[in-house]
Design a protein around this ligand. Structure first.
Ligand code: SF4
Length: 416
């Protein structure tokens, strides 16, 4: 995948390690805590939980002085770069910088006094701390003369389907960036989040054309996990696939650990992150099914999350009709049927057990295989599951005759 080249910023310190963002660095995964930052115990526990789940950077809100006062202790007891999210009070940003946070996020919709912004820039410059300018649809509406300004800007973008709102986001960002440029401050990341999936895609696509700062991608206020995850993945996945985006946050109304897990899964699916732990492949089931596969898949997932550290592929299939093809490449696979499960490890049949024993046996085979890989006696993905399914009915083949006759055009995508 071609990635748009942006500048690179560095977030963190010797203690946390440095997370590089932009300039071709791996896409960094962020999330935000839900606890009150001044509640040190809760914040430390949540940050460490998010870090363990795979977050590269964690953001905390600092609405009050008691929140910035809690930062030194929080920083001392955590080992992941921390971003202070500042709304309304520029002094919170100065206090957070003083406390030693690794990055500041400013919202142009909420802090728009030039002198105050300059004070934050100076403080960050002194400490070598980057700033994210986070334009956000929810807080960008002009409070003064809003209709006049929106109409003026809307005319400027009148041919665009999102018209005024896109205009406001871009114009606000350009205006804000002028302050940073005047101060020769470029240690920046930028974001422009909307609640609308397609507006988010358009806003980032437009911004990527205009600036070379690293982009923090996100859909704001995306809703509950079920729909918020889809909105986020549609927008962020489309952008990342185009090479746009250097750091991401999937956001929705749920435990942020799920945001991290879903963000990590999306990055793995896009080939932008190495998978940690097992990859579970499972069939959606159909009328051929003869075991309780939904429950089995959930149980296998819990077991793998808990016990498997290597990125092995594990397939749980409902039958042997389509299962073998779909599980191709799995290191460990079970094909269920007739209230039994046939278990394969790298193409070799190792067990045929009744339904109630499938989980334990599959777990044992996964752990055994993991140990073999660790001892160097086996390699992940080395041998494929190779079971011959029943012969198809009829004469139609694989299409190879048509390819041989030169009647199928060669694919052109995926050549980089
Ligand atoms: S693997 Fe078998 S049970 Fe599962 S969806 Fe495919 S055909 Fe149906």
């Amino acid at each position: 995948m071609h990635r748009e080249r942006t500048r690179r910023i560095r977030i963190g310190d010797e203690r946390t390690g440095i997370v590089e963002v932009g300039g071709g660095a791996p896409v960094a995964l962020q999330t935000m805590t839900t606890s009150f930052t001044h509640d040190v115990e809760a914040s430390v526990a949540e940050i460490n939980r998010l870090h363990a789940a795979g977050a590269d950077i964690v953001r905390v809100a600092v609405p009050e002085k008691k929140d910035t006062e809690a930062l030194p202790e929080i920083l001392r007891r955590t080992s992941v770069p921390i971003v202070a999210d500042v709304h309304f009070h520029f002094k919170r940003a100065l206090e957070a910088v003083e406390a030693g946070v690794h990055k500041i996020r400013l919202n142009p919709g909420n802090i728009s006094d030039r002198v105050q912004v300059e004070a934050v820039i100076d403080a960050c410059k002194d400490r070598g701390i980057p700033i994210r300018i986070g334009v956000n649809e929810g807080s960008i509406i002009e409070r003064r003369d809003k209709q006049v300004r929106a109409q003026e800007l809307g005319r400027f973008f009148s041919e665009h389907r999102h018209g005024q709102m896109l205009a406001l986001m871009i114009a606000k960002l350009e205006e804000y960036l002028d302050i940073f440029h005047a101060k020769d401050f470029h240690d920046l990341a930028i974001s422009a989040k909307s609640m609308d999936t397609m507006l988010t895609v358009d806003a980032y696509t437009e911004i990527a054309k205009r600036f070379d700062y690293p982009l923090h991608l996100g859909v704001t206020h995306a809703g509950p996990k079920e729909t918020g995850c889809i909105r986020s993945v549609v927008a962020l996945g489309s952008l990342l696939q185009q090479g746009i985006g250097d750091t991401i946050r999937i956001s929705y109304a749920s435990d942020p650990v799920h945001e991290v897990e879903d963000g990590a899964e999306m990055l793995c699916c896009l080939g932008l992150r190495e998978r940690k732990g097992a990859e579970l492949i499972a069939c959606p089931t159909c009328g051929r099914l003869q075991v309780d596969l939904f429950e089995l898949v959930q149980q296998v997932k819990r077991t793998l999350d808990q016990d498997v550290e290597l990125p092995m592929k594990v397939a749980v299939m409902g039958c042997v009709v389509n299962g073998p093809g779909e599980a191709e490449g799995a290191d460990v696979a079970v094909f269920a049927g007739d209230r039994r499960g046939i278990i394969y490890v790298q193409g070799e049949k190792v067990a045929n057990v009744p339904e109630e024993e499938i989980l334990d046996r599959l777990r044992a085979e996964c752990l055994d295989f993991q140990e073999k890989v660790r001892r160097g006696e086996a390699k992940l993905g080395e041998k494929k599951v190779d079971i011959v399914p029943p012969d198809p009915i009829g004469d139609l083949g694989s299409g190879i005759e048509k390819i041989r006759a030169g009647l199928v055009e060669k694919p052109t995508i995926g050549r980089t």
